[in-house]
Design a protein around this ligand. Structure first.
Ligand code: SAM
Length: 228
């Protein structure tokens, strides 16, 4: 059995120029690229003139797809895993696949190629303490939502999470109920893209801003709550 490599490759979160040299070189070198949505990744590959076969791998992929990937690796093929944006497995598919490969093909070499991730990008510009923070991914929509807000209200850590524009106002309302009025939050929207916007203020201040600018409740959001 040949030694196989799986590269876990970070890709841009909006601005295509945030692709690293190493990411490009890696994608040029592998036998195939596992993509969350092949159409999304194709655009990136075209931009960097990377001509490699793509294989779709997403959260709904069946176990037979994983078996196929493991078979390719066991034949000595080298593969790269990317997601639609940012770092694979960060609120994105891939960790189950990686754990399966670790179990079934432990001799595989896993090589992470670091790249952008929305949580670190947002945190870096917030000015909030970031040596000790809690990342919650997407908050639950129903079950456990109350509990998580209670925890956010009580923690003495900076808290980072992802949010969609549809739930943004509802989430601000929930935050208002649990956090001290002077505690600041940051809303990082459309990072690295044309309409990038980072707003920092208390929840009432942020509320007021979005009430006055409802057209800005669109795109992709990271919300950060400062320490208590
Ligand atoms: N793997 C990605 C990463 O490394 O950040 C996260 C993927 S997750 C499915 C998508 C969510 O990440 C979005 O709904 C948004 O909350 C956040 N996100 C991704 N890109 C963003 C951007 N350019 N600006 C703000 N938030 C972003």
């Amino acid at each position: 059995m040949e030694m196989s490599n799986l590269y876990i490759v970070g890709t841009p979160i909006g601005n295509m120029e945030d692709m690293s040299f190493r990411a490009v070189k890696t994608l040029q070198s592998v036998d195939a690229i596992l993509c969350e949505d092949t159409r999304v990744t194709r655009k990136l590959l075209e931009r960097y003139e990377i001509n490699k076969p793509t294989i779709s791998y997403h959260s709904q992929s069946k176990i037979s797809k994983i078996d196929h990937i493991i078979e390719m690796l066991s034949e000595g093929k080298s593969l790269a895993l990317v997601s639609d944006a940012g770092t694979p497995t960060i609120s994105d598919p891939g960790s189950f696949l990686i754990s399966k490969i670790r179990e079934e093909l432990p001799e595989t070499l896993f090589v992470p190629i670091p790249g952008p991730t929305a949580l670190a990008t947002a945190l870096s510009a917030s000015g909030f303490p970031s040596s000790d923070f809690l990342f919650l991914g997407f908050l639950p929509h129903k079950k456990g939502r109350q509990t998580i807000f209670k925890e956010i209200g009580e923690t003495e850590r900076t808290v980072v999470f992802y949010e969609s524009p549809h739930r943004f106002i509802k989430t601000l309302e929930s935050l208002k109920e649990v956090i001290a009025p002077k505690r600041k939050i940051a809303v990082a929207r459309e990072l690295t893209k044309i309409y990038e916007e980072i707003k920092v203020g208390t929840v009432p201040e942020i509320f007021k801003y979005y009430e006055e600018n409802p057209d800005k409740i669109r795109g992709e959001f990271v919300i950060i709550v400062s320490v208590a």
